[in-house]
Design a protein around this ligand. Structure first.
Ligand code: PRP
Ligand code: URA
Length: 208
C-alpha cells in the first residue's frame, strides 16, 4: 500500500514552524494538533456514509452521517497524545485507547509499558497516532499489539516520517495504510529524523 503524504504548501509552512527550535511549547502543541486534524480528515476520506432525512429552512433533503462507534483513536505515549485534540475535532465521539512505548536510547528498540484499549476494539477501525516515524520500531510494535487484540483495520498517522520508518511498517504490516504530513530525508546516527523537529515528546510536554 502506497503511503499518503500531505502535499500542501500550508502544511509545509506549518511544519517549518514546528522544526524551528525557537518555537514555543504552546505554538508547537497547537500546530501538532492542527496538522493531526488535517491528517485525520485525509484518513477518513473513505469512511462509510449513511443517508438520513434533513429538513433545511428551504426544503427536505438527504444528509449523511458517519457512525463514530466504528472508530477508535490510539495515541502512542507520550508524543501521540499531542495529536488527540486535533483528531477529536474531526470525530468527537470516537473511543480512545493508549499504548505506552518508549525507545531504548542505545538500541532504539521499543519498550512497552502500557496498553489500555476500548472494548470491542476488534470491531473498529483503529487510527494510530504518533507524530514521529523514525526507525518504525515503535509504530510496528504498536500495530502488533493492536493485532494481538484482534484489530484488523488499522491506519497510522504521523506528522514527520523517515524513509526507514515507512519501509519497516510496510514490510511488517503491509495491510496498514500510512498517512504522513511530511517525508524527511533520513536518520542521524542516534536515530533522530533529519532535519526533523527534535524530540517530539519533549517539545510537546516541555520536558527538556
Ligand atoms: C518517539 C516518537 C515515537 C518514536 C519513534 O517516542 O514519539 O514513538 O520515538 O521512533 P521509532 O520510529 O524509531 O520507534 P519516544 O521513544 O521518544 O518516547 P516519548 O514519546 O515518550 O518521548
Ligand atoms: N523520536 C522523536 O521524537 N524524534 C525523532 O526525530 C525520532 C524519534
Amino acid at each position: 500500500m502506497k503511503e499518503i503524504i500531505l502535499n500542501h504548501p500550508m502544511i509545509r509552512h506549518k511544519i517549518s514552524i514546528l522544526r524551528n527550535e525557537k518555537t514555543s511549547t504552546k505554538e508547537f502543541r497547537e500546530l501538532i494538533s492542527e496538522i493531526a486534524m488535517v491528517l485525520c480528515y485525509e484518513a477518513l476520506r473513505d469512511a462509510k456514509e449513511e443517508e438520513y432525512d434533513v429538513k433545511t429552512p428551504i426544503m427536505a433533503t438527504k444528509g449523511t452521517k458517519v457512525n463514530e462507534d466504528n472508530y477508535a483513536f490510539v495515541p502512542i505515549l507520550r508524543a501521540g497524545l499531542g495529536m488527540v485534540d486535533g483528531v477529536l475535532k474531526v470525530m468527537p465521539n470516537a473511543k480512545i485507547g493508549h499504548i505506552g512505548l518508549y525507545r531504548n536510547e542505545e538500541t532504539l528498540e521499543p519498550v512497552r509499558y502500557y496498553c489500555k484499549l476500548p472494548k470491542n476494539i476488534e470491531k473498529k477501525q483503529v487510527i494510530l497516532l504518533d507524530p514521529m516515524l523514525a526507525t518504525g520500531g515503535s509504530g510496528s510494535a504498536a500495530i502488533s499489539m493492536l493485532k494481538q487484540d484482534g484489530v484488523k483495520d488499522i491506519k497510522f498517522l504521523s506528522i514527520i516520517a523517515a524513509p526507514s520508518g515507512i519501509k519497516k511498517i510496510k514490510k511488517d504490516h503491509p495491510d496498514v495504510q500510512i498517512y504522513c504530513a511530511q517525508l524527511d530525508e533520513k536518520l542521524n546516527d542516534v536515530g533522530y529524523i533529519m532535519p526533523g523537529l527534535g524530540d517530539a515528546g519533549d517539545r510537546i510536554f516541555g520536558t527538556k
